[in-house]
Design a protein around this ligand. Structure first.
Ligand code: ADP
Ligand code: MG
Ligand code: MG
Length: 903
């Protein structure tokens, strides 16, 4: 018989059932609590109910496995033994905390419930036991407040300005004439407790459960239910966390930071998570519990001040800081509580950090020999590099700007935008295309959508551990928080500071590197990395950001095996791409060139031509233009390969958009009637141009277009070679679905080559080129073996391949894709991240087919997906030779390619 499933894991200082590696089963928090216990750190005893129970719960109409109840009871006994207290006891009561804990931390999923197990009798027992009535009643009122809202659903109603519990608290404070919660005396707290109970009964329609075991089950249910609440769903969607993972429940013995001056609670990072600097970074409060530090009710003190307030615990904490970094070999985000001078660890996890911090920390840790280069590479989310490339403020503009205030620099970067005071207003403004600064006294998980929509976030309250700071670190948002010298008036919708008042919709600028806030929109300048790479600025080359960036790129280059090319259409783009380290062009589109200057007239003449002769005349005009385009690109490439795609869009695109005035003037130039042009426009109109007369279908019907383009490429090559610059043209035929199409086009190209060689008296090896094709319709992937007979390379055009595989037009998908993402039909936009299960199969079939015919067939990918880290890893796995992406994504692609090689 199979061994019965174990659903509950115990941990205490003497013994842990689990360990830090069991995150899938125990959730991140549970696994790390076990791990900290295991290595002898002071952790209150507890138990973790596994994520499997969550899965079971949802699969079985919200019921639990039969054996769960017994396991929970056994585990409570273990906690009781470890802590020397008893749950529900009237002499020495054990209280519990109940927390959610998914595999990856998900802020905003469920609020923690503290002090569970307290009731009318237990509170008296606690008073007698500790001799501290104020503490006992403070704990009771906190429990009622948390349990009442989180488990029994007593929350702010529509139209109410305050949380109903807070309203009672405020009223009591007013009556007692105290400013803060902790100024309340025993009697005030007794009164609050009775009011809270009344409130719960009235609003929830039932009394709050006195029985500790009932309380516990209520809380456990609430944790599992929170896995499907709106905030959790939004978060999962944004970070692609599957719903099947589920959450664990952590039940832990309470330790108390609210017993007086020798107690306290805090949160800290072992290094600065915004910049990465190696300093102990955090906040704490004396005589406080739980979320007091982050709630913004009292202003917490920076952790360095603990040396004075709680000296021995601070010393121990500094030791633990070192132990944790050594053990977990990464920056830790910790939560701790001090009860009567004894330090307890309540949480540790790898700290979320900004892109800047990610790079700094990883590289510093290599230097400190804490991690290897390879680990450093694997640790930096490739996408985060975009933060290092994002614009900063122009220094001159910033010097002249009007400063309104300053706050904590919680998210590095520079943001200018229009201010909005609610998440809804921010979302709406962003949807109108505005750049938005979400401006709030403080943020909460309800603001998440607004924060996602905003360029930058400003808060006037809270500190390093506030919600705004946390989200900024996680999303890489530009953020200044806790700007205490500024004021927000929600009713008037104004933000003021330093004598300046802004209204909703006014422009504001945030410097998230130093925390400065300016009125107006500041001029931007390129990032240090871009100044150094593209503008060759000496001062920028000395910046640490740039130095660390180049160090990282050189490691990535050594480790990766996948080539990284660029999609570039102009010599300017090519130069930028090469500065970023591109190894060649993976895609040059020739149609953009057709729009340049006044050559569009010749293009239109060619399209309107009624016979071969007319077309030949127009093409002759175009040839020198195209030749120059290619020559400039070859020169910029300086010997690197260039994949040039022949004309792809339907001809209608070049004439369909003409205004009546343009039609009249063209008619004059071409000596035809405007009516004739209009008729041709009508003839060329297509119902479904994406699937119409485009790609190689143009070249099949009008081989002379292909011939002109090929000739221009070869003439350019000859010219550039004369300057002793090597040229490697790779001519790519678009939209092939039949081997015969490629065969026909290749003949045209080969003929053009022969003619150019003859004209210049060159031997075959003096003008070299290859011909290949884009694989961008399913038939091409399926018949890749046949197509490869005529191809010297393949490049997957994954934009069209996605459109044709899914039967989904990219340009028309925005009306339903968001709903698809909400309904979890798709986890990502298939046009940004490759659909590996569907389109990916076609690619694999294409690779296998192509290499069956030609073992060493060179294969790459072009299209938006080529710059997406997940797609890049996929490309590496299936053996592509290179990816190609836009110039500014090249660093990201290189890092992702290195990560793929290490995986
Ligand atoms: P989050 O996931 O939002 O960080 P946690 O589950 O870490 O929430 O809990 C929040 C806070 O509750 C902790 O920082 C700590 O102050 C308090 N807390 C949790 N468990 C305990 C406990 N066993 N004893 C005392 N305080 C606790
Ligand atoms: Mg919490
Ligand atoms: Mg926490």
């Amino acid at each position: 018989m199979a061994k019965a499933n174990k659903y509950v894991y115990h941990y205490s200082r003497s013994k842990s059932d689990g360990n830090g590696k069991m995150k899938a089963l125990l959730g991140g928090k549970g696994a790390n609590l076990s791990e900290m216990s295991r290595i002898g750190l002071p952790v209150p005893a507890g138990m973790t109910i596994t994520t499997e129970v969550c899965t079971y719960y949802y699969k079985n109409a919200k019921t639990y496995p039969k054996s769960l109840d017994g396991e929970i009871k056994t585990n409570i006994a273990k906690i009781e033994k470890a802590m020397g207290k008893k749950f529900g006891d009237l002499k020495n009561p054990l209280l519990l905390s109940v927390r959610s804990g998914a595999r990856e931390s998900m802020p905003g999923m469920m609020d923690t419930i503290l002090n569970l197990g307290i009731n009318d009798q237990v509170v008296e027992a606690l008073t007698v036991k500790t001799g501290n009535a104020k503490f006992a009643w403070d704990s009771y009122r906190r429990f009622l407040q948390m349990y009442g809202s989180v488990v029994m659903g007593v929350e702010k109603r529509k139209g109410e300005h305050h949380d109903p519990f807070e309203a009672i608290l405020d009223q009591a404070k007013e009556k007692a004439k105290v400013a803060d919660d902790w100024g309340l005396a025993e009697n005030d707290l007794r009164y609050i407790v009775s009011e809270f109970k009344k409130l719960i009964k009235k609003r929830a329609g039932k009394v709050f459960p006195e029985d500790p075991m009932d309380q516990l089950y209520g809380a456990v249910n609430a944790v599992f239910n929170s896995w499907q609440n709106d905030r959790a769903k939004v978060y999962r969607q944004k970070y692609g966390i599957p719903a099947e993972w589920g959450t664990a429940v952590n039940v832990q013995a309470m330790v108390f930071g609210n017993t007086g001056k020798t107690s306290g609670t805090g949160v800290a990072f072992t290094r600065d998570p915004a910049t990465g600097e190696n300093v102990f970074y955090g906040e704490y409060l004396v005589d406080a519990q739980g979320e007091d530090v982050v709630a913004g009710v009292r202003t917490p003190k920076p952790v360095s001040k603990m040396a004075k307030d709680l000296p021995s615990s601070f010393k121990e904490l500094l030791k633990i800081r070192k132990i944790l970094e050594k053990h977990f070999r990464d920056v830790q985000d910790i939560e701790f509580t001090i009860e009567e001078g004894t330090l307890w660890m309540l949480q540790t996890r790898n700290g979320k950090r900004t892109g800047f911090a990610a790079v700094n920390i990883a590289l510093d840790m290599v230097k400190e020999r804490l991690i290897t280069k390879e680990e450093a590479i694997l640790r930096i989310p490739a996408e985060d590099l975009s933060q290092l490339l994002a614009p900063i403020f122009d220094p001159a503009a910033e010097r002249k700007a009007r400063k309104m205030g300053s706050g904590l620099p919680a998210g590095p970067g520079a943001a200018s935008g229009q201010i909005y005071f609610t998440a809804e207003a921010a979302v709406a403004a962003a949807a109108r295309g505005q750049q938005v600064i979400l401006t709030r006294q403080e943020t909460s998980p309800e603001d998440l959508r607004g924060m996602i929509a905003a360029e930058g976030i400003l808060t006037t309250r809270g500190g390093a551990s506030s919600h705004a700071a946390l989200v900024a670190r996680q999303m890489g948002k530009i953020c200044v928080c806790g700007a205490h010298d500024m004021d927000i008036d929600y009713a008037r919708k104004t933000l003021s500071g330093n004598g300046i008042t802004l209204k909703e919709g006014d422009f504001l600028s945030l410097n998230g590197f130093i925390g400065n806030i300016y009125s107006g929109k500041l001029k931007a300048a390129p990032s240090k990395v871009i100044q150094a790479l593209l503008e060759n600025k000496a001062s920028a080359k000395k910046s640490t950001t740039y130095k660390k960036f180049t160090q990282l790129m050189s490691w990535a280059d050594k480790l990766r095996t996948l080539g990284v090319r660029t999609n570039s259409d102009t010599p300017e783009q090519v130069k930028n791409a090469i500065a970023f380290g591109a190894e060649g062009i993976g895609l040059t589109r020739t149609e953009h060139m057709f729009f340049e200057g006044n050559r569009i007239d010749a293009v239109r003449q060619m399209i309107l031509a009624v016979d071969d002769q007319g077309r030949a005349k127009a093409l002759k005009k175009l040839l020198p233009y195209q030749k120059k385009d290619f020559a400039d690109i070859f020169e910029a490439l300086d010997g690197r390969p260039a994949t040039i795609r022949l004309l792809d869009p339907p001809l209608h695109e070049f004439i369909g958009t003409m205004t009546p005035a343009q039609i009249r003037s063209l008619a004059k130039k071409l000596k035809v009637s405007p009516a004739f042009i209009k008729r041709r426009i009508g003839e060329l109109h297509e119902e479904n141009p994406m699937l119409g007369h485009r790609g190689c279908r143009l070249g099949i019907v009008y081989p002379e277009i292909t011939k002109m383009q090929a000739t221009a490429i070869f003439e350019a090559a000859v010219e550039v070679q004369k300057k002793k610059i090597k040229v490697v043209p790779e001519i790519m035929v678009p939209l092939v679905g039949y081997a015969k199409e490629l065969e026909l086009q290749k003949t045209v190209i080969d003929t053009a080559a022969t003619e150019v060689r003859e004209k210049h008296g060159l031997r075959a090896n003096q003008l070299k080129y290859t011909v290949g094709t884009m694989i961008e319709v399913p038939r091409a992937a399926l018949t890749a073996a046949e197509i490869a007979e005529h191809a010297e390379f393949f490049s997957f055009g994954t934009n069209d391949l996605t459109q044709t595989c899914l039967g989904l037009s990219r340009d028309d998908s925005s009306s339903f894709l968001p709903a698809y993402q909400d309904a979890e039909v798709v986890n990502n936009n298939p046009f940004s991240t490759l659909d590996q299960t569907g389109v990916g199969q076609l690619i694999e079939i294409g690779v296998k087919g192509g290499r069956r015919t030609k073992k060493n067939l060179k294969i790459g990918i072009c299209g938006e997906h080529g710059g997406d880290p997940d797609t890049i890893k996929f490309c590496h796995r299936i053996g592509l030779n290179y990816v190609s992406c836009s110039p500014f994504r090249i660093p990201i692609a290189k890092l992702a390619a290195a990560q793929a090689a290490l995986a």
